[in-house]
Every structure is written in C-alpha cells, then in structure tokens.
Ligand binder design. Sequence first.
Ligand code: ZN
Length: 332
Amino acid sequence: MTGIYPWQNEQWQRLMEMQQQHRLPHAILLCGPEGIGLKQFAQTAAMQLLCLSKDPETNNACGKCQSCQLYNAGNHPDLNLIEPEETGKQLKIAQVRELIEYVALKSFSGKQKIAIIEPADAMNRATANALLKTLEEPPSQSMLFLLSHRPSKLPITIRSRCQRIDFKPAYKQMDIDWLKDKLVDSKLSAKALLRLSGGGPLKALSMIEEEQLEFRITLLRDLKLMSKNNCDPVQIAASWQTLGLENILSWLLKIILDLIRLKLLHDSANLINLDLKEDLQDLVNSLDLVALVKNYDFVLLKYQQSTGPMNYNPLSILEEIVLHWNNPEIAK
Ligand SMILES: [Zn+2]
C-alpha cells in the first residue's frame, strides 16, 4: 500500500522540492498526531526515492521497475523499517544497532539506503545514543526517516540532527469528507470522530470500533454522580479500572478540558467530545471553574506519573482522582 493521503500534499511537495534541488538531508524527522499516516508517508517516499524510472510528469514512483516490484513485494534490499516488537514497547538496542550496520552497507540499487524508525521516541537514552553517531556522520547513501507523535520526548541531540517535517492535525473540510467516505454504520459524525482522534483521520477510523467511545458516556455519568456525592468512590474507581489506567486518564483529561471550555466559552467552545455536548453542558452547570482547573491539574499529574518510569498501583491512582473530584483543595 502506497500513496500519500490528501492532507499530506504540502509535506510531500516540500520533500519533492528538496529532492529536485539536491538538498535532501540524511535524516528527516516526521512529526504529527497519531493516525496522520506518518508511516505510509515515509514508505511512499522510500518507494519514490528508490524508483528507477520515475514518472517524468508527476515525479512519482512508476510502480513497474525492478525497484518498485521489490518494494511492492515487501522485500526491497535498500529499505528497512524497525518498530517495537509490541505496540507501546521500546525499540531494542539490538534493532537499532542492526539498522546502523545496514545503512552503512553499499546500496543494492546504487541509490539510497533507506531506514525508517517507527516511532523514534520509542528509543531509550542508550538506544538513541547508539544512533547519534550515524546521524552525526551519516554514510553517504544513507537516508533515515524518524517518525514521532511526541517529538518532545526525543533527545535534543537527535532532533537537532534531523530536518523536521511537521503534519498538523487534519480538521479541514476535505479531511472530514475523506473520513465520511470511509465511515459505514458509524453512530458518530466524521467531524466528531476527527475531533476525538485529535486530528488523525486514520486514528478516527480505528476508533469507531473501540468500546472506549461508549465508555465516555459512563465516565460522564459517573462524574455527575460524584458531583452530587451520590456514589461510592471506591466502587467507581474499580469500575473504571477495566478500561486501563492510561486510557481512563486520557479520556478524563479530554472531558475536563471540554468542561472548562464550555464554562469559559459557552456555545463557541471548540469541543473534543463534540457529540456529547448536551451531556457536558448538563454537567458543567453544577461545577465550579476553579475546581475544574484543579482537577485537570491533578489528573494531568497522575497521568504523567503513571506513564513515567515508576510503577504505581492503578486502582489507588483512580481512587485518589475520584476522592479529589469534590475536594480539590486537599490535593498534592
Ligand atoms: Zn519504479
């Protein structure tokens, strides 16, 4: 599967210009929200760079030459992609070492030797350091694509040695139309899904099937019960746990942010949970702005702790959040 997505045109043009002006860097950092299609962009670029007879009109890969055939068969000897063995896990240092050796080898086709690291922020410090030397003194034919949804997590030494191409969240009408075309039987509109996904159309597509979307309604209902002191906090924390701590915290942050937006901006608020506007409005009337901001800070702190290097007990974090909801003063 190759080809860029409609929302990637500008970035593609930029890459093509660099190529035509013979100023392609040895390392490009592609950054953008989850589901914006960074991997497919890098793969399409690799196919184009390696193609032996590009279309003279469009400069796109021909799809027919020996190189394109190897690419389509998934075994081009001048292209290598590494990703963590399990989603969400770190890249192993051995994977990166192999990649470094690989880009130093002579190119099979006499063109570039291309490597894609997906995602680059899945490298720990030692792994990133191993890659650094290759970025500082790149082999002449090497071309690295580093992909990241969270570039701030990359060491500055890595970032500073890459040329960066940014992809903004895709919220334009044409992005909504693209998604609308792909949606079958979705309870949510394309626009609402795009907002929920953070502007990543591919993520929006994958979200339709997730139970998480439904769970937002439960979360909102629980927040309402909590605000009325009409519940057992421990029981609520336990029921939230089934969705996974990181998921719950990230949804809570989005919901609280929407509540703050509604409180401040009323009807003109740009909501993430656009489809739940009425429920949110209903809840926000009984809430205090200062308490909301304090709760946001508290959940954010817990989110950062739980995604950090220390191990925390998920249930006790959730209990703290539930207890904090009505008593934001006692925090920290
Ligand atoms: Zn070709």
